[in-house]
Design a protein around this ligand. Structure first.
Ligand SMILES: *Cc1c(COP(=O)(O)O)cnc(C)c1O
Length: 361
């Protein structure tokens, strides 16, 4: 199968092999060495002087962790959203008692940093700002540097969902003024689902110390304290740490800047391929993502049957639309273990299926 959804993504064979290793004591010297090594290498990719905390959970767990460690119930939170994942971040804040104000942008369009500035000016009580770096549901990458600069002007805490960008799209979090940045193993990292990596800037800790939302499993302070000794508070998904370590070997061997460049190249290839087939890119193309391409459903063609034909006849697995975009777009994931070759395969399959549908067979 050519699995080209925006996560989970295919894993290199050596990463899968690492998953088959025998268990080790998670409070013993081998895990300590593994953890310390992985954390140091993650820190480099996150480009932070702060900490990287790794939780055993999906990406959404990492988002919930970011919220519960940053807010006190009743806090004013600004949720800057332009898609389904941005809306999810807001819902998590709601669930923990924040007074969440939504600054919503049209799906397919980017966040406007000036509107963020205005919202922060209008409500000086806002303590925390939530945003999405790469909105997987629409295929838009927001200008996080500009959003970060706006939030920094007001010295607020910026929490970023970078689940489908970090590791594939450059995100110098300290330089861009991001305080808590969340990613997930099954996206750019070429690792199966199950780990959320949460990077916390050095300057964020003071604000985090004052946040009082209830938390237990997600407690950043506890995780930080344990990780400093080479352990985690609770039993970690050891196999996934094995996998992450091997995936980081591959990323380092290629060179992280080259990984970022490859994603840009493959994404440009995917967009051109789609346009050559007469299809229309869904988002504002100036902000089109380098990890996922969203495409308008071609006139008169049902997305469901398109995806079914691609899967059954060509072994190509693409994603449909989420939420209000269900049925009106489909998406190609091109992140992690991917090159032009796999996109070529997607293009061939799309071409065949589209002409078959047009011919009415
Ligand atoms: C995949 C994804 C998530 C997390 O999803 P999980 O299913 O919880 O891993 C969050 N945000 C974005 C932008 C994503 O692409």
């Amino acid at each position: 199968m050519n699995l080209r959804i925006p996560g989970p993504t295919p894993c290199p064979p050596e990463v899968l092999e690492a998953m088959g290793r025998q268990m080790i004591n998670h409070r013993g010297p081998e895990f300590k060495a593994l953890l310390m090594d992985v954390l140091a290498r993650m820190k480099k990719i996150c480009q932070t002087d702060g900490e990287v905390l790794i939780f055993t959970c999906s990406g959404t767990g990492g988002m919930e962790a970011a919220i519960v460690n940053s807010i006190t119930p009743g806090d004013h939170v600004l949720s800057v959203t332009n898609g389904s994942f941005g809306d999810r971040f807001a819902k998590i804040a709601d669930a923990f008692g924040a007074k969440t104000q939504r600054l919503a942008f049209e799906w397919g369009q980017p966040v406007d940093p000036d509107a963020v500035r205005k919202a922060l000016r209008d409500d000086p009580q806002i303590r925390v700002v939530l945003t999405t770096h790469n909105e997987t549901s629409t295929g838009v990458t927001n200008d996080l540097a500009a959003i970060g600069a706006a939030v920094r002007e007001f010295d607020r805490l910026l929490l970023v969902d970078a689940v489908s960008s970090l590791g594939a799209i450059d995100l110098p979090m300290d330089k861009w003024g991001c305080d808590v940045v969340v990613t997930g193993s099954q996206k750019s990292w070429m690792v199966p689902p199950g780990l959320a990596m949460v990077a916390v800037s050095q300057r964020a800790w003071k604000a985090l110390d004052q946040a009082k939302a209830p938390r237990f499993y997600w407690d950043f302070q506890a995780m930080k304290k344990f990780q400093a000794t080479g352990e985690t508070p609770f039993t970690p998904a050891i196999s996934l740490y094995f996998a992450l370590s091997v995936a980081l070997d591959a990323i380092e061997k290629e060179g992280f800047p080259n990984v970022v460049a490859r994603h840009a190249r493959v994404a440009a290839y995917a967009r051109q391929m789609v346009k050559d087939l007469g299809l229309v890119i869904f988002p504002n193309e100036a902000y089109a993502s380098n990890t996922v391409t969203a495409i308008r459903a071609p006139e008169g063609i049902e997305v469901k049957s398109l995806l079914k034909a691609l899967r059954e006849q060509h072994g190509v697995v693409l994603a449909g639309g989420q939420g209000r975009l269900d049925g009106s777009i489909f998406r190609i994931g091109h992140l992690g273990y991917v090159s032009e070759a796999e996109m070529e395969g997607v293009g061939r399959a799309l071409k065949a299926v589209l002409s078959q549908i047009k011919a009415g067979t």
